[in-house]
Design a protein around this ligand. Structure first.
Ligand SMILES: NC(=O)c1ccc[n+]([C@@H]2O[C@H](COP(=O)([O-])OP(=O)(O)OC[C@H]3O[C@@H](n4cnc5c(N)ncnc54)[C@H](O)[C@@H]3O)[C@@H](O)[C@H]2O)c1
Length: 493
């Protein structure tokens, strides 16, 4: 369904932690991905990142992502970059190495392609120095895990045309990123300068024996870390200023800047003793988990927080909603597009991580959430959309009956198809079937009544809704009454 989109190709130069994350994000958003990395372990390492990404990324979205692209590994850099629209360089953070890589790839790549560098610290003008086509190279600095976190710092220099910057923004947004245009190039861009300051301060606190690594982490994650994740720094402080807002906050805490509240000017010496102390404390704090386990804990938490922000349409959650809006057109059929003689597709998505239990299976309550979304879609199809609801009419659910047939895991694609058993007057009776591929997962039978939102009492729907239901009833008349419809839990004995 929807328009046939041409599959684009991304080349990933350097497939470590960060390159692997880029590969996963492009691939799961429907791009073909070609990887060049001389490390013989690269394929295995990217496979691990991809496994984590497949489990966590597709379910962030409430609509299906495009079909996965093709992933290939190449022994020659030239082969990987030819014909690629986006080339992402994520080789180790050494300027001489990065410059050598650009030289090699600019000799063979499409001059119209965008070359993004994942560099954490170098300025774009440093990366462009001596390049064949400086205007083609920009900094696109992502955050780990690249397949989940929306931020990419997009840092151009004077050498880059505004057209290229705009094109980069559009492409990054199309794969779900939030490109933050850093207007003035500076070492370490914006976010890493900030992280560097916090990192230095934390090292001092541990070195001076004020806090352990665990206590530093508790100080962040039990309080201001949660606050930062939704409002950042300035908006949070504005609220902290009370009714008088930011001015009051600055007047109150401004003087503290002159007090000895920070050691930021100084860097602790990285002696063996300090490194051992930090590494030992970190082992004591988190050594019971493998890195893979920690990655999964991190991803579960990130997905849970981001989807909570999505419900509030705020911060990173608003970015997810914008990405869904790009994907939504054509994802589900309308009344005129659907084959009305069959059950109608009313939900298509991947199971999000926050719908699963500790055992990795979808939680029983979440089946109802999925079926409720399918009911909402069925209502939209017959004309009970937001506009209709705001005009004063809607359907209220009177009864649901769910049967659980098979289990399903995070990241798996599910679909709901809906048969209308009765749609006449104020009564609407539907039967939903949920599938993963051909496998039936669950069914839900729902009975709804049309109500007036003013009187809160049952009332007849609009003639248009009546007509749409009559159309479906006629087209679906040939379908057998579903097995399981009208069932109830039998009285024991
Ligand atoms: N790790 C982070 O948290 C993070 C976050 C944002 C940005 N970055 C930046 O991303 C870049 C890569 O960092 P990383 O953490 O993924 O490092 P990494 O060591 O995990 O991966 C680097 C990869 O590049 C490969 N490589 C080395 N030489 C190459 C060459 N000539 N051509 C192609 N591949 C080559 C290596 O084999 C390795 O797989 C750096 O510039 C870093 O500053 C890192």
């Amino acid at each position: 369904m929807g328009e046939e989109k041409q599959v684009k190709t991304a080349a990933i130069i350097g497939g470590g932690v960060i390159g692997g994350g880029w590969a996963a994000r492009f691939l799961l958003n429907g791009w073909n991905v070609r990887v060049f990395d001389p490390d013989p372990e690269a394929e295995r390492k990217i496979g691990e990142v991809l496994g984590n990404a497949r489990r966590s990324l597709p379910g962030l979205s409430d609509v299906p992502l495009p079909p996965e692209g093709a992933l290939t590994f190449h022994e020659e850099m030239a082969e990987a970059v030819q014909g690629a629209a986006w080339i992402q360089e994520s080789v180790p953070e050494r300027l001489d190495l990065k410059l050598k890589v650009y030289k090699g790839l600019q000799e063979v790549c499409d001059p119209g392609a965008i070359i993004g560098s994942s560099t954490s610290g170098f300025k774009p003008s440093e990366l462009q120095d001596g390049a064949l086509r400086p205007e083609q190279i920009v900094v696109t600095h992502p955050f780990n895990p690249v397949y989940l976190l929306p931020l990419v710092e997009l840092v151009p220099s004077q050498a880059n045309a505004p057209e290229l910057v705009d094109r980069a923004k559009t492409l990054l947004m199309s794969v779900g990123f939030f490109p933050l245009h850093v207007r003035k190039e500076i070492d370490a861009h914006i976010a890493d300068r900030f992280l560097e300051a916090v990192w230095r301060e934390a090292l001092w606190l541990v070195k001076d024996g004020v806090a352990t690594t665990e206590e530093v982490d508790e100080a962040i994650r039990m309080g201001f870390g949660i606050r930062w994740a939704q409002m950042g720094l300035f908006e949070t402080y504005r609220v902290a200023g009370g009714e008088a807002g930011m001015r009051h906050f600055m007047a109150q805490f401004g003087p503290a800047l002159k007090w000895p509240w920070t050691k930021l000017m100084d860097v602790p010496q990285f002696t063996d003793e300090l490194v051992d102390m930090i590494a030992d404390q970190s082992d004591a704090q988190s050594g019971q988990y493998s890195i893979r386990e920690l990655e999964r804990i991190r991803d579960n938490n990130l997905v849970g927080m981001m989807r909570a922000l999505k419900a509030q349409n705020y911060g990173a959650g608003a970015v997810l909603n914008q990405h869904d809006a790009l994907l939504r057109p054509g994802a589900l059929p309308t009344l005129d597009q659907a084959d009305l003689s069959q059950p109608i597709l009313t939900l298509a998505r991947a199971v999000p991580l926050d719908w699963t239990d500790y055992n990795g299976h979808m939680n029983e309550a979440k089946y109802l959430e999925a079926f409720a979304a399918a009911t909402d879609r069925f209502m939209e199809i017959i004309g009970c959309d937001m506009e209709y609801i705001s005009s004063g009419g809607s359907y209220f659910t009177a009864e649901n009956h769910i049967r659980y047939v098979n289990e399903v895991h995070a990241g798996e694609k599910i679909e709901v198809r809906t048969q209308m058993l009765l749609g006449r007057g104020k009564k609407l009776h539907v039967f939903h079937s949920m599938y993963a591929g051909d496998m039936l997962l669950a069914t839900a039978e729902s009975f709804l009544l049309h109500v007036s939102l003013e009187t809160r009492r049952p009332s007849p729907p609009s003639p248009e809704i009546e007509a749409a239901m009559a159309r479906i009833a006629k087209a679906q008349a040939g379908l057998p009454y579903p097995e399981g419809a009208g069932a109830a839990i039998r009285k024991p004995g």
